[in-house]
Design a binder for this molecule. Structure first.
Ligand code: RIB
Length: 308
């Protein structure tokens, strides 16, 4: 049987998402129009996106022994995700405070990773079997960089495809990029990693060249509603965004993209086709509220691809 396993290292937090006409100013109290509470954290969102997109997913993380942690455990069980999640006796599960602009769907986020901040190389060594038995390993930067690096090293040594979503972006040593088959930043992350201001496909190509020079195998730069650029030493292809309806909530759109891309790579689809599959997943996710809750299924993604 084909190995379609994806291992994701990242954080889980509970998201509190508030919709309002604008962000409040310092010292101001603003009445919002609605709020929802639900599963979030980039790693966990990507794990849910990959599972719904058809992969067999293992999630590696650390949470607390509290009500928010319980909601993470039930979410992974519901989604059929295997949990390699350590529960700390002393540290809490994290949370995110998310503003969503009720007319544009754009968001601003403060995330507190909680127990996941003490994830280190030791926890990754303990979960090495889940990584080496996967076809694709995925991580981001909401947990400490040492954990991300160890995960990438374990995956690389075992010949597992490595997918790195540098979010939130921080300055990284070049050796880090050489552990990555795919680096998948959004425009602002690509800009902060390369110093190139990114707002068009040509800018993304310039930033992509720098990421390749730093050692990445390929750069896949997302540009929100403007699409994405798939950039490798051999080819550079612009992918238009998919329209699946009005964007009401962009929280987790990047995670939908990364998770669906990982799931498609795990099925050994051509990487450019996998990137189109990922774009379609992101296009659907923005039409729905919430982060993990908004992730589409493989059938929904394939239906949108067939219509386009
Ligand atoms: O990418 C969106 C996610 O970023 C949210 O779910 C929030 O928890 C933050 O981690």
């Amino acid at each position: 049987m084909q190995n379609n396993r994806v291992a994701v290292l990242g954080i889980y937090v509970t998201d509190l998402v508030f919709r309002a006409s604008r962000q409040p100013a310092i010292g101001e109290t603003l009445i919002g129009s609605s709020y929802i509470m639900g599963p979030g954290g980039k790693g966990s969102n990507q794990a849910v996106a990959a599972a719904r997109a058809g992969a067999a997913v293992t999630f590696i993380s650390k949470i607390g022994k509290d009500a928010f942690g319980e909601s993470g455990l039930s979410a992974w069980e519901r989604e059929g995700i295997t949990s390699r999640v350590v529960q700390s006796e002393t540290e809490p599960t994290g949370a995110a405070c998310i503003f969503v602009n009720e007319s544009s769907g754009e968001n601003a986020i403060i995330v507190v990773p909680g127990a996941a901040l003490s994830l280190g190389a030791a926890e990754l060594d303990a979960a090495a079997g889940a990584i080496t038995s996967a076809r694709v390993f995925v991580t981001q930067l909401e947990q400490p960089i040492a954990a991300a690096r160890r995960g990438l090293e374990i995956a690389r040594a075992a010949g597992v495809i490595t997918l790195f979503n540098p979010a939130p972006a921080i300055s990284l040593p070049d050796q880090f990029y050489s552990l990555c088959d795919y680096v998948v930043p959004n425009e602002s992350e690509a800009a902060s990693l390369t110093g190139v201001s990114v707002s068009s496909a040509d800018d993304a190509r310039r930033a992509g060249d720098i990421l390749l020079k730093k050692g990445a195998g390929a750069a896949l730069i997302t540009l929100g509603e403007k699409g994405a650029v798939f950039h490798t030493p051999e080819r550079s292809v612009y992918l238009a965004a998919f329209f699946a309806g009005r964007a009401i909530d962009t929280v987790g759109a990047g995670d939908a993209f990364v998770g669906a891309f990982a799931a498609a790579l795990a099925r050994e689809i051509d990487p450019l086709e996998a990137a189109r599959f990922a774009s379609a997943a992101a296009g659907i996710s923005v039409t729905r509220p919430g982060a993990a809750a908004a992730m589409p299924t493989r059938e929904e993604i394939e239906r949108l691809l067939a219509q386009s």
